[in-house]
Design a protein around this ligand. Structure first.
Ligand code: ZN
Length: 341
């Protein structure tokens, strides 16, 4: 027993001298003091086999050995930990000669890019910008815009009505037309870009929240030629100078006459492809001359003034311009997508 104590004592000294990392010292601790198979606990458990007359000496020697090993191990562990901390600190010193790391800059969302381009194009033509409120009353969203009381757009299937009457979430940005015309005497030109809401399921092309842009102009002697020239300028600026447009008769309650506007397909340039269903055209916006009743609703004399209005989906523009097939891509905030813009 005493021989074993002497042997383990000198083995420990050599092993301690060789262990110079926290990990090696921890290994050493387990080897000597570990609850399972540690050399020191093993010696203690052998004490009961020692003959009675030698027990005291063996016990004393064993206690001494344990105390010495423990304190020496602890001392070295503390020294090594301090040295490692010091080395880490010196590694963290800033090397001012290294080139600067570029900050991780954010990206504009594709819809924001389109909105800003549109706002620039129309600002240059003298339009003022007004996003208008998203929570609206029935008057501004429907009634003043000549929607009859039984118009299907007023159905709860299509509109989010708030619990507080008569408020609702606007279904289009046309509410800004009414508010602007109420607050300004003509001539007036306004572009309104913002969020609108409809009770739609989320599909490839539809979302219950989407972005619309609405422009309108009221002045003396405005006719459909002004509308066409304005839209042609806008489409060529946003989608390229070789873009063509055509107008098809349509119906909206707040314009008369009304038209849908198609532009030449940006992918095949009019030749016909899968995206444009081989027609060479893509639907891009709705427009028309402001209905005389709408002008009367805001106290503007339609005999003296006339105007045009147009509206389009910013999400759809972004999908066309950046070739994004699914509207959901725009709202998922996937950095792999957003970083491409
Ligand atoms: Zn095409």
């Amino acid at each position: 027993m005493l021989d074993d104590i002497t042997r383990i004592s000198s083995e420990f000294d050599a092993a301690l001298a060789a262990a110079n990392t926290a990990a090696a010292l921890d290994e050493l601790r387990v080897h000597y003091f570990g609850r399972k198979g540690g050399l020191i606990p093993a010696l203690f458990s052998r004490l009961k086999e020692v003959p009675k007359e030698q027990k005291k000496d063996a016990g004393d020697a064993l206690n001494k050995l344990r105390d010495r090993l423990e304190s020496e191990l602890k001392e070295k562990q503390e020294r090594v930990a301090a040295e490692e901390a010091k080395r880490k600190e010196s590694r963290d010193i800033i090397d001012v000669t290294l080139p600067a790391r570029l900050p991780n800059l954010g990206h504009l969302h594709p819809v924001t890019i389109i909105r800003r381009e549109m706002e620039t194009i129309f600002s240059e033509m003298g339009y003022s910008l007004d996003p208008g409120p998203e929570v609206e009353t029935d008057w501004y969203n429907f009634e003043a815009l000549n929607f009859t009381p039984d118009h299907p757009a007023r159905d709860t299937q299509d509109t989010f009505f708030l619990d507080v009457e008569p408020y609702l979430l606007r279904t289009h940005t046309s509410n800004v037309q009414i508010r602007s015309m109420e607050n300004h005497t003509p001539p007036v030109k306004v572009l309104s870009c913002g969020r609108v809401y409809r009770r739609d399921e989320i599909t490839m092309r539809r979302s219950p929240m989407f972005h619309q842009a609405e422009g309108f102009l009221v002045d003396k002697g405005i006719h459909i030629g002004h509308l066409r020239a304005t839209l042609e300028h806008f489409i060529k600026r946003l989608f390229g100078a070789d873009s063509k447009m055509r107008m098809r008769p349509s119906f909206f309650p707040f314009t008369e006459p009304s038209a849908e506007v198609d532009m030449s397909c940006v992918f095949c340039k009019g030749a016909g492809c899968g995206t444009c269903s081989q027609t060479g055209w893509m639907e891009i916006l709705g427009c028309g001359m402001i209905h005389p009743q709408v002008l009367r609703n805001v106290g503007i004399d339609p005999e003296e003034w006339s105007g045009f209005a147009f509206g389009l989906g910013l999400d759809r523009c972004a999908m066309i311009k950046f070739d994004i097939p699914n509207i959901r891509t725009l709202f998922e905030n996937d950095l792999r997508v957003l970083q491409q813009f």
